[in-house]
Design a protein around this ligand. Structure first.
Ligand code: NAP
Ligand code: GLV
Length: 308
């Protein structure tokens, strides 16, 4: 029985070592070198080639190598009865919370302007945006959203959040799905941590930006397809937004000729907000491999019906 690691252009050597350190008896193989398709019982995928999963007739479960699972749910070659799970670890949540806090502080303190001015030798003091004028709104209060909300509350931010169902988190004003407009009207700094589903694709559009407490600031750490990219530029032109920090994009890597690179208002990072370290990934993957082999319920199993 093999555990197969599948991704395009990825060096899996440290993950393979970490998996074998956790369980030396595992048979860990790496796509596409391994062609004994019947032996594959568990696959771990990230950005995998379309329809590749249909090649493995004996799959008992498939895990994402991250928190997001849209790449797996979109793969029509994966039989419906094969369960899908994802990787959630403490350090993934910590990294996401720190990334978002850092993006907010950079925005409030004009750090990106100072970075640019330093390169030109310009001394120009600007006033910072006080926290009380920077209410934060988080779309999606799941594994990542909760961790971000908790850190921001600890740092004295006014935090609200929007999710399908209302939540009870200390210091967080929670809004349910039908309360989107109220949520937006209370928000200046908008953080997207929704899963990518049919309902949420393209949700970050001009109509939504218009409803923010203006001028707003967008931090997109969900998925690139949540954002209607041209609407972001319109939102700057209309002063609905004054800046954005983007970690995810419709096309990744962000093409060299993409207009976002040259936009002063946009901070770009290459999809690094939260990445699970190999050792921690191995802990969850080995546990889920064993659970799948013995027919037990998986950790962090995805509800296919719901889409996340
Ligand atoms: P999650 O645990 O599945 O949580 C999803 C949250 O979104 C839940 O609170 C859910 O509401 C809410 N939600 C789902 N559909 C909704 C809808 N139609 N309307 C309103 N709320 C809705 O997700 P997660 O693990 O926190 O991940 C969040 C996002 O971060 C994903 O897009 C993932 O791909 C991305 N991510 C990015 C990075 C990176 O490095 N950039 C790293 C990790 C994750 P309920 O609670 O009511 O169900
Ligand atoms: C990263 O984007 C993840 O989904 O973990």
């Amino acid at each position: 029985m093999s555990l197969l690691l599948i991704a395009k252009n990825r060096d899996f050597s440290s993950l393979k070592n970490a998996l074998l350190e956790k369980d030396p008896n595992l048979d860990v193989e790496i796509w596409p070198r391994f062609d004994n398709k019947e032996r594959v019982h568990f696959a771990v995928c990230w950005n995998h080639p379309e329809k590749v999963l249909g090649n493995y007739p004996n799959l008992r479960a498939v895990s994402s190598l991250g928190a997001g699972v849209n790449h797996l749910l979109n793969d029509e070659s994966l039989p419906e009865e094969v369960p899908i799970c994802r990787l959630i670890t403490d350090s993934l949540q910590d990294q996401m919370a720190e990334y978002v806090l850092n993006a907010i502080v950079n925005y409030r303190l004009n750090m990106n302007d100072y970075f640019e001015n330093k390169q030109k030798g310009i001394w120009d003091q600007k006033s910072a945006l006080p926290k009380k004028y920077a209410p934060v709104g988080i779309m999606g209060l799941g594994e990542m959203g909760k961790s971000v909300a908790t850190l921001l509350v600890q740092h004295g931010y006014q935090v609200s959040a929007w999710s399908r169902s209302k939540k009870d988190i200390n210091g967080v004003q929670s809004y349910a799905k039908d309360e989107l407009n109220e949520f937006l009207s209370e928000t200046t700094i908008l953080i997207n941590l929704l899963p990518l589903t049919d309902e949420t694709e393209g949700i970050l559009d001009l109509d939504l930006f218009k409803k923010l407490k203006q001028p707003g600031y967008l931090i997109n750490v969900g998925r690139g397809d949540h954002l209607v990219e041209e609407d972001l530029i319109y939102a700057f032109d209309m002063n609905y937004l004054e800046g954005a920090c983007l970690d995810v994009f419709e096309e990744e890597p962000l093409p060299k000729n993409h207009s976002f690179w040259n936009r002063k208002q946009i901070m770009v990072t290459p999809h690094i907000a939260a990445i699970t370290p190999a050792k921690e990934a191995a802990e969850v993957l080995v546990e889920n491999y064993k659970r799948a082999m013995s027919g037990m319920e998986l950790l962090f199993e995805v509800d296919r019906e719901r889409g996340y």
